[in-house]
Design a protein around this ligand. Structure first.
Ligand code: NAD
Length: 445
């Protein structure tokens, strides 16, 4: 590598951390970002990705080795290009238009000996069937022969304080041995451990396997939680107990549904590919989608039951949602189940208020008033729904001031753990409702 010039196409949740790490490791990085607002924010040192604080971005800019831009021409002469553009679903089918655009823009800049790596999540076959021909056509060069081409899935977990880009092993692949060697060498310059696999298809499938595994297991405990509630069994206690098994069990916990850019989407890339190429259905994925997609409806049903038990209609009740993001300690509200919960409650006539210190107020769901989860707000709510267990929320304040809570994350503390009997028709006493002396009532999902 002559000049160590890296271009990262797409400066989002995945691309920006890669760019920052590469700058820290001595690369000259061009971050190509087509959203002019994002590009301007980066140039001004204002990060929109929580895992990259402003000072880290400012340091990268100051180094003179990071250039955010909307102009592909700035990437000319690159040694390595990493593509991290969105790969959403459009009406159940993969939308690879961002990838096609990026490939067409990048192709004329590919030179002999350069390396191009796709990181976006996609179905097995994309790198060789879609990306390779586009790059070949636009560059006049042969992928895997004149230049290197590979796929390496991103495993970034926003908000995770233990596992980050550097210490999480990274699966790498190439369209042939020389490409694999080039892709591996690049990531070895950034992270602690690379895991080479034999083909780009394997690497593409690995990412989808990981997320499908998670999606299916979350659906399993979600469905179990619904049944357990009706049976009067505390599913959380059962999960805690099962988690003491030191082998053959992995802990997953129920929640209000799945969100973000991965779980609601990636498994469907796989089921789409299976259906499209093999004419068969991937039943596990379809079942998991069905269960997880309906969790917000279940949350709203539980809210309705809890209010009803206190002779309150949903219409006109003041409901405070704690958390709008798709998971804890992130401001990412894409596909977040909270959006659907809020919409369903508003449809029923509830006065919906929500607190989330991380989510950009511009992304607030319609018909929701953004508030802070302070004492007065908690006390004024007929019911509080804990949707996201952000560290920024204060358990004691919630426990002290709220009157009625649906805790979808089993987040509130133990001293409230006084049980009451289950629904009238089920004479089992181990229901997950907890009361304290001051009259706070908490139900878990
Ligand atoms: N966010 C995650 O936690 C995560 C984790 C693993 C994998 N992924 C995958 O990584 C990919 C990117 O996800 P993300 O979360 O970073 O998305 P993102 O939307 O945060 O970032 C993508 C960026 O690419 C830009 N872009 C779109 N088209 C472009 C083009 N032609 N040229 C240059 N820039 C372009 C967009 O404006 C956007 O800023 C997706 O395939 C996603 O599934 C995401």
């Amino acid at each position: 590598m002559s000049s160590n010039k890296l271009v990262v196409v797409g400066q989002g949740y995945v691309g920006l951390p890669v760019a920052m790490r590469a700058v820290a490791m001595g690369w000259h990085v061009v971050g190509v970002e087509v959203d002019p607002d994002r590009a301007a924010r980066l140039a001004a040192g204002r990060s929109y990705v929580e895992d990259i604080p402003d000072p880290e971005l400012a340091a990268a800019l100051r180094s003179g080795r990071y250039e955010p831009t909307g102009d592909y021409a700035r990437a000319a002469g690159f040694d390595v290009a990493v593509i991290t553009v969105p790969t959403p679903l459009r009406e159940g089918a993969p939308d690879l238009s961002y990838l096609v655009d990026a490939a067409r823009s990048l192709a004329p800049l590919v030179t002999a000996g350069a390396t191009v790596i796709l990181e976006s999540t996609t179905y097995p076959g994309t790198t060789e069937e879609l990306l390779a021909p586009l790059l070949a056509e636009g560059s006049g060069l042969r992928p895997g022969a004149d230049f290197h081409l590979g796929y390496s899935p991103e495993r970034i977990d926003p908000g995770n304080r233990t596992w980050n880009l550097v210490n999480t092993p990274k699966v790498v692949s190439g369209t042939g041995p020389a490409s694999l060697a080039a892709v591996t060498a690049f990531y070895d310059s950034l992270i602690e451990r690379t895991v080479p696999v034999a083909s780009t298809r394997t690497a593409e499938l690995t990412k989808l396997l990981e997320n499908t595994f998670r999606h299916v297991n979350i659906a399993l405990v979600n469905e179990l939680a619904m049944f357990a509630h009706e049976l009067g069994v505390d599913v959380w206690e059962a999960i805690d107990a099962a988690s003491t098994k030191p082998f053959g069990y992995l802990r997953f916990t129920p929640g209000p549904g799945v969100g973000g850019h991965c779980l609601p989407i990636d498994p469907s890339y796989l089921s789409w590919r299976v259906r499209h190429s093999l004419g068969r259905s991937f039943r596990f994925v379809e079942l998991a989608n069905d269960v997880n997609d309906h969790m917000p409806d279940h949350v709203v049903r539980r809210v309705t039951e809890m209010l009803n038990a206190r002779h309150l209609p949903v219409a006109g009740s003041r409901i405070l949602l704690l958390g709008l993001a798709y998971k804890r300690n992130t401001g990412d509200a894409r596909e977040a189940p909270a959006t659907r919960v809020a919409g369903l409650l508003a449809d029923l006539g509830a006065e919906v208020r929500a607190a989330d210190p991380h989510v950009d107020p511009a992304r607030l769901p319609a018909r929701v008033t953004l508030v802070e989860a302070g004492a007065a707000e908690l006390a004024a709510a007929d019911l509080v729904v804990v949707l996201v267990d952000h560290d920024a929320f204060d358990r004691d304040t919630v426990a002290r001031h709220a009157r009625l809570v649906l805790d979808t994350r089993r987040w509130l503390p133990g001293p409230l753990d006084v049980r009451r009997s289950g629904p009238a028709a089920v004479p089992i006493p181990a229901q997950a409702t907890r009361h304290d002396d001051a009259g706070l009532a908490v139900e878990s999902l």
